[in-house]
Design a protein around this ligand. Structure first.
Ligand code: 16G
Length: 241
């Protein structure tokens, strides 16, 4: 409905208008990945808009994942996060390496009895206790992933040992994961996941399952991650057989 769209656009508040203008500039390459935006004050002056308007437009684009804010450095056009598919790194490692500030929002953190599927994945016997986490993974204002992690309670005695990073907790406990098996598949975020991630239902995602081992063969995690499909590139070096 073209007419409706036009009148809506005309009636749209100034921040919405700026948001769309910036979005188009990013989509058609006038603003390129990694490029810094002028400061809020400067941008406001340039476009004759209030600082509040500029701030609101930018906050919207940060939420959409098109812009990134780095503490103390300013606002940048987001680049996709390039992640190795063959290195045993954590969410926290990947984002810290980019100067971002990764966080966990705990949607669930509890001890329970292992389910048959989890027992298979973790090499546990029926009846064993496990620690379960369901976390929203964020950087700045942006939600990047949802993760369900199961760890044997024999490995993590207390769920509170994980503050933001699971691998930091392993490190503090002197546990050194050395190997993992991983599987990746494309998914569409369902309504509930989309709500948590602040995305439209059906947005593309990457489902990654990881089982991580210590040197002695113990499995320390079984994690099912749902990464934003529009934010990550997975890369690997391939060698001939
Ligand atoms: C990554 C891992 C996930 C692991 C998490 C730990 C992938 C696909 N998955 O997201 O298996 O549990 O990192 O991150 O890389 P943390 O130490 O920040 O909690």
């Amino acid at each position: 409905n073209e007419f409706r769209r036009q009148t809506d656009a005309r009636r749209a508040p100034a921040y919405e208008h700026l948001r769309r203008t910036l979005q188009h500039a990013i989509e058609n390459g006038e603003l390129t990945a990694g490029q810094a935006l002028p400061g809020e004050r400067e941008l406001g002056k340039l476009l004759d808009l209030s600082r509040v308007t500029v701030r609101k437009a930018i906050a919207g684009l940060v939420g959409d994942g098109l812009l990134l804010q780095r503490q103390g450095a300013g606002t940048f056009v987001a680049e996709r996060i390039v992640k190795s598919f063959s290195k045993l790194t954590s969410f926290t490692d990947d984002l810290r390496a980019r100067g971002l500030d990764p966080k966990s929002v705990f949607l669930e953190r509890a001890i329970g009895e292992v389910t048959p599927d989890e027992a298979m994945a973790l090499n546990l016997s029926p009846g064993a206790q496990v620690v379960r986490y369901y976390r929203l993974r964020t950087a700045g204002d942006q939600a990047l992933a949802l993760e369900r992690t199961v760890v044997p309670q024999s490995v993590l005695a207390d769920p509170e040992l994980v503050v933001n990073s699971l691998y930091d907790a392993f490190d503090r406990l002197g546990l050194r994961p050395t190997r993992a098996l991983q599987r990746l598949r494309a998914i569409a975020f369902d309504a509930e996941q989309a709500r948590l991630m602040n995305l439209a239902e059906g947005s593309p995602g990457l489902f990654i399952e990881r089982r991580t081992f210590l040197d002695d063969g113990r499995v320390v995690e079984y994690t099912r991650s749902f990464y934003r499909g529009d934010a990550y590139d997975f890369v690997a070096e391939l060698q001939s057989e």
